[in-house]
Design a protein around this ligand. Sequence first.
Ligand code: FAD
Length: 472
Amino acid sequence: GEQPINEVTTDLLIIGAGPGGYVAAIYAAKKGLDVTLIEKEDTLGGTCLNVGCIPTKALVKSAEICDNVKNSSLFGIESDSDLKINMKQIIDRKDEVVNQLVSGVSFLMEKNKIRVIQGTASFLSDNKVIVNGKDTSHISAKDTIIATGSKISHVNIPGVELPFVMNSTDALALTELPNSITIIGGGVIGMEFACIYRNLGVEVHVLEFMDHVLDILDDDLCEEIERLSEQKGIHIHTQAKVTKIQQANNGQAIITYETDGKEQLLVSEKVLVAIGREPNIDGLNLEEIKIRMDEARNGIAVNQKMQTNIKNIYAIGDVTNIIQLAHVASHQGIHAVNNILGEESDMDYSAVPNVIFTSPEIATVGLQEYECKDKKLDYRVSKVSFSSNGKALTMNEPDGFIKLIKDNKTSEIIGGSIIGPDASSLISSLTIAITNGLTEQQITKTIFAHPTTAEVIHEAGFDLNIGALHEA
Ligand code: FAD
C-alpha cells in the first residue's frame, strides 16, 4: 500500500551531516534549538570522516611507520626480518578508526536530542523539505542550513573509465598495494597520496598542470616540498597536461601527457585522479526556491553571516566553495547558528589554518608572501630553518623552514608558513597569534620549551627584529 508520510516540524533543519552540518547541529542543540539533521548516507560524518580527512591520515600514519622502519638503522635499531606490508590490515585499521568516530557522532546526536533522519532532502518551498529515504518525511522548519558538501569532480580525460583509474575514495579502499602509481593532480589530495604511496615503497609519478605542485603556496614552499619529495623518490612532472589514458596489452596503464608541446608517456599499474571537488547540490531542487549561486566561485552564494539570498536559508561548508576545509565548514556552521539566534556573527577568513599532510607536513595561516605583494602591504618576512633546531635534529628531520610575516606599521603577525616536522601542530600557535593580532614582540617575550620544534617560532620572531639567535 501507500507509504505514510512523516510530518515533522522543527526550529532548525540541517541538510548534510559532515563537519559543517553535524557541528552546527550540536551547537544549535546546546543553544536550545529543536534540531533535525538529514543525511543521505547510512553513516554520519560526511566526506571528512568517511572518505576524507580522517581515513587519509590513518594511511599517512601507517605509511610513516613503514618509512621509519626502513630507516630505523639510522637510529641504531636493526631488524633481521624482512619488511612486510599488509595493505588489507592497513585499510582495516583505517576503517576501525573511521567507524569509531562515526559512531561517536551518532552518540553525540542522541545525547543532544538531535532528530536524525536518513534520506535525500529536496526543497518543496522556502521552509518545507521532503526527505526520501527508508521512509518519506515532510519537514517544516523556521530556518534551514544547507551543508551538503562536495563531490569528486568529473574529468574529461579519455580513458578515465578504465578499471585501473581510481579517485580518492577508491584509493582509500584499495587493499592491494600497487607496484607503481601515476597521480594526476599535484594538489593537496594528490600530494598526500603521493607521500602515502611512496612511504609504502610504491613507484610514484605526479603529473601537475601548473608550474608547481601545491600551487596555492608561496614558491619557496612549493620548491621545498618538490625538492624533498624528489629526494624521497617521488617523480614530479609540472606543466604537464594529461591528454589520455590507455590500457597496454599487459594490463598496465599508459598515461599520455604534454609538456612544452612535446608528448610524453608514463606506464604504471594504477592511476589516481585527484583534480578537485565541486559543490554537491544534486537533487536539492534549488531552482524551485531560486537560491542564487555564486557563478565565479561555483558554490551557493552567501554573505558573511552565511545567509543565502533567501532570508531563512543558510549555507555552510564545501557547498559554498569558499574554502574546502573541515574546520572552516564547522566554523561557518557556528556563525550560521549564531545569526539564526539573532546574535550578529560575521565569518572572518583572515586566520584560517591550512595543513597539508605530506612528508614533511606543510601548514600555513593568514597571508602568504605573494598575497602581501599583491596587496602592496608594507611587510617584513623572516625565515628560519629547522636545521638549527635541536629537537628536529634528534628526530633526524632537519629539513624545512618557518616563515613569518609581520605588518611593518603595526608589528602584528599577518602570515605564517611552516614546512617541516610537527608543522600541523605548530600552526596552532601562529593561528592564535594572527587571530588575536599578536605582535612580533609578543612572540619573542613568550617562553618556548626546550628542546621543541616550536622554538623555530620563537626564532622567527627574533628574526623579524634583531635576527634569529641560533642562526649565523
Ligand atoms: P561534507 O563533509 O561533504 O558532508 C556533506 C554531507 O551531506 C555528506 O555526508 C552528504 O552525503 C550529505 N548530503 C549531500 N546532499 C544531501 C541531500 N540532498 N540530502 C541529505 N544529505 C545530503 N579537510 C581538512 O580540513 N583536513 C584534511 O586533512 C582534509 N583531507 C581531505 C582528504 C580527502 C581525500 C578529501 C576528499 C577531503 C579532505 N578534506 C580535508 C576536505 C573535507 O573533507 C571537507 O572540506 C569537509 O568534509 C566539508 O564538510 P561539509 O560538512 O561541508 O561537507
